[in-house]
Ligand binder design. Structure first.
Ligand code: SAH
Ligand code: SF4
Length: 415
């Protein structure tokens, strides 16, 4: 059966017509799916019961299910998310931001402007006010396991902020030598509903109120979003216009699919971009990311330069530090030369080890020297705090490694 979750407004309009319904039913359905985030078709209360039945006869809701979670000592939660055909991907919830301490005041102000713009935009999109007389979003009433504790320290101050790390494919075809997801190979692309649905399912679990709580998204889970470009961008539109997360609060990370970066540059609505640079020259990059043979660093940077940017925008370059491979001072100087003149910032990621991968972590002193070399030469550089390392939720560790986690830390969410 076809799923509802993931369909755009034009698609729902067609669906409504197929059921002999007027177009306003499509808008009601769109709002129920994405604004209310219903967890079952029974909750679409703007529809008469007969219409709900007709809908259920032909469609499933199609919201992916959180089947298992591992909770880290730092509040990070990793979920195993099951799709309709029984595949599983992983999604991560990180309270209090994404582990990169780079939210300055300007960014905060831009964030607030994004909120206001989006609020105005959704007003014009949705003429229908939320149902009155009902306490809280529909989702929090119907979903078990709503856990409001895991919001981190800021929740105490009445300010809730979290980042969700989202997967784009089951496995990955890119074969980066340091990455655990690469070991899975590629199984299939996720659909728009499965990508946006990971977010909705996690928002429901935590009883998130859009417009009040601050949610950031990073498309840095399993898979290469730019090798599933159309589905990824459709999911972005649902997340922006339906669910209500401004694109300025989303970051998509790519290993560097040059033609897709050029397409991305032309999009009217676009998350921020992070490029996984990971090496300071093509020789090293080819070793650790064989895809460099197809599009080398120069080609990727040329493509990145086509992205329209305001003074406040920047491109993030991720750089996984591998001990002795790419973490020496001369590498830092090469990075400076590469990124000269670009409005860029660098996120250094200390490599997370995983079974069967033959690299070593960088020495802490080398990490420090690398960061300072970039900063002192005017390139803003942050070190990504490893989150949820104890539960294999940190970067690149999204493999089905549940056997490595003590049973006591795993919680089964569904039978
Ligand atoms: N496929 C996309 C997005 C997912 S990977 C990409 O490669 O950009 C997200 C980030 O995790 C990338 O920057 C990647 O280089 C990094 N990464 C992968 N494996 C890692 C590991 N074992 N330790 C630290 N970072 C890793
Ligand atoms: Fe795929 Fe990204 Fe892992 Fe490379 S780092 S194998 S592109 S998920």
């Amino acid at each position: 059966m076809d799923s509802l979750f993931g369909k755009s407004l034009p698609e729902l309009t067609e669906l409504a017509a197929g059921l002999g319904q007027k177009p306003y039913r499509a808008r009601q359905l769109y709002d129920a799916l994405y604004k209310q985030r219903v967890a079952s078709m029974d909750e679409i209360t703007t529809f008469p019961a007969a219409l709900r039945e007709a809908l259920a006869a032909e469609y499933t809701l199609g919201l992916p299910e959180l089947v298992q979670t591992a909770v880290s000592v730092d509040g990070t939660e990793r979920y195993l998310v099951r799709t309709g055909d029984g595949e599983t991907v992983e999604t991560v919830w990180m309270p209090d931001g994404d582990g990169v301490e780079n939210t300055d005041e300007a960014e905060e102000a831009a964030d607030n402007r994004a909120d206001q713009k989006l609020a105005a935009h959704s007003k014009t999109l949705s003429s229908r006010p939320e149902r009155s007389g009902v306490e809280g979003p529909a989702s929090t009433r119907s979903v078990k396991n709503v856990d409001k504790r895991n919001w981190g320290a800021l929740a105490e101050a009445g300010y809730r902020r979290a980042t969700i790390c989202v997967s784009s494919q089951v496995g990955c075809a890119v074969n980066c030598q340091f990455c655990l997801t690469a070991k899975l190979g590629i199984k299939r692309d996720l659909t728009p509903g499965e990508i946006a649905g990971q977010v909705a399912a996690v928002l429901n679990r935590h009883g998130v109120k859009m417009g009040k709580d601050r949610i950031n998204l990073v498309f840095m889970g399993m898979g290469e979003p730019f090798l599933n470009y159309d589905n990824f961008m459709k999911a972005v539109m649902i997340l922006v216009e339906g669910i209500g997360i401004p694109p300025s609060r989303m970051t998509v990370s790519t290993s560097g699919i040059e033609p897709a970066i050029r397409r991305f540059a032309l999009e009217p609505v676009r998350p921020k971009l992070a490029l996984s640079l990971n090496a300071s020259n093509d020789t090293v990059r080819e070793q650790i990311m064989p895809i460099t043979r197809k599009w080398n660093i120069a080609k990727l940077l040329d493509a990145v330069r086509t992205i329209p940017m305001t003074k406040r925008d920047w491109v993030t370059f991720e750089y996984v530090l591998l001990g002795g491979v790419n973490d020496q001072p001369h590498h830092a100087h090469e990075v400076l030369a590469l990124l000269k003149g670009m409005h860029a910032k660098v996120n250094l990621i200390v490599w997370n080890p995983g079974p069967g991968i033959d690299y070593t972590q960088p020495a802490p002193a080398d990490v420090e020297v690398f960061q300072q070399t970039l900063i002192q030469n005017g390139l803003p550089t942050y070190i990504r705090r490893p989150r949820g390392r104890d539960i294999y939720a940190a970067c690149g560790q999204l493999k089905r490694t549940t056997e490595s986690i003590p049973a006591a830390e795993l919680v089964q969410l569904t039978a």
